[in-house]
Design a protein around this ligand. Structure first.
Ligand code: SAM
Length: 271
C-alpha cells in the first residue's frame, strides 16, 4: 500500500467517525466532559487524543478569544478532518499530529488537559498521565472521560453480544476494548500514582436519541474497527446482528423515536 492510499483510508475513516459517531454518541459525551471541567474564559486547554475535535471545539467556545486551545491526535486522518471543520466562535485551535506520550508543549504551560474517551486505548497509561502532569501548570487540572462498564451501556452491550454471536469474538473484541478502563478505582489509582491530588470522580448518564436502529447500526459499525469483520460476514449474519440489536433495544422506543442511556465515568484531578 502506498503512503497516499494509507493517508486516504485514514482520512475516510476519520470522516465516517465525524459524520456518524460524533453527532450520535461521541459529541454529546465530549460536551459532558467539557461541562464537567468548568472551563473559564481565558484558560489554556489541551485536548489529548482529540479525534476530530468534538471536545476541543466546544472548549474553544467556552474559553473564548482570550483563551488557547490545542488538539493533538496520533491519527493523521483525525487531525486532517479536525482542521477542515469550520472555525468556532471562540479561541483559535492549534492542531498537531502527535502522540499522547510526547506532548509538543513545554512544562507547566496549560491550565486544563482534557482526555475524552482516549486513555483506555493507550498501552502505557502511566506515561500518558505523566506527560499530562508535566504540561499542566501547578494548580491546573486534568479531566478524563471513560465509558462505565459495558453492562451499564445497553447499546454497546447488546451490539457486542450480537457481533460475537453472529460475526465472531475477534470482531466484537474491538468494541469491548473501549471498556478496558471502566473501573473507577483503577482510574483513581492511576491519577494518584501520576502525582495528581484532589481527585473527584462522578458518573454521568447521557440520554441519547439515536436515528432508527435498522439504519444506524450498520452505519455505526462502518465507522468502527468492526467494519472489516462485519463486511466479511455473510449477509444473513449481518442482518441477524441488525435485527437482534433493534429488537433488544426496542424497550427504549417511544413515540417513533429511541432514546438510550449511555453512562460515562468522569474523573477530575489537580496538579
Ligand atoms: C475514541 S477516539 C476519541 C476521540 C475524541 N476524543 C472524541 O471524544 O471524539 C480515541 C482517539 O485516541 C487517539 N489515540 C490513540 N492512541 C493515541 C496516542 N498514543 N496518542 C494520541 N492519540 C491517540 C485515536 O487516534 C483516536 O482519535
Amino acid at each position: 500500500m502506498t503512503i497516499s492510499t494509507e493517508w486516504q483510508l485514514a482520512r475516510e475513516a476519520a470522516e465516517r467517525y465525524q459524520q456518524i459517531l460524533v453527532p450520535a454518541i461521541l459529541g454529546p459525551a465530549a460536551r459532558a466532559l467539557v461541562d464537567w471541567s468548568a472551563l473559564k474564559s481565558g484558560e489554556s486547554v489541551l485536548d489529548v487524543g482529540s479525534g476530530t475535535g468534538a471536545a476541543a471545539r466546544y472548549a474553544a467556545e467556552l474559553v473564548g478569544l482570550s483563551g488557547r486551545v490545542i488538539g493533538i491526535d496520533l491519527d493523521a486522518g483525525m487531525i486532517q478532518v479536525a482542521k477542515s471543520l469550520s472555525p468556532v466562535n471562540g479561541a483559535v485551535i492549534e492542531w498537531y499530529e502527535k502522540s499522547a506520550y510526547e506532548l509538543p508543549l513545554k512544562d507547566q504551560t496549560i491550565d486544563v488537559v482534557l482526555s475524552a474517551q482516549t486513555l483506555q486505548f493507550l498501552k502505557d497509561r502511566p506515561l500518558a498521565l505523566s506527560e499530562k502532569y508535566r504540561v499542566l501548570k501547578p494548580g491546573g487540572r486534568v479531566v478524563v472521560s471513560l465509558w462505565s462498564d459495558i453492562e451499564e451501556n445497553p447499546y454497546f452491550d447488546i451490539l457486542a453480544d450480537a457481533i460475537s454471536k453472529h460475526v465472531g469474538e475477534e470482531t466484537a473484541a474491538s468494541l469491548q476494548a473501549i471498556f478496558s478502563l471502566s473501573n473507577a478505582d483503577e482510574m483513581r489509582a492511576l491519577l494518584e500514582s501520576a502525582g495528581f491530588t484532589n481527585i473527584e470522580m462522578t458518573v454521568k448518564q447521557l440520554e441519547l436519541e439515536l436515528p432508527e436502529l435498522k439504519d444506524f447500526v450498520p452505519r455505526y459499525i462502518s465507522a468502527t474497527y468492526m467494519a472489516t469483520g462485519f463486511n466479511a460476514a455473510e449477509q444473513a449474519a449481518q442482518q441477524a446482528v441488525i435485527q437482534e440489536v433493534s429488537a433488544q433495544l426496542a424497550l427504549y422506543e417511544s413515540n417513533d423515536s429511541i432514546t438510550i442511556p449511555f453512562r460515562v465515568n468522569l474523573a477530575k484531578a489537580v496538579r
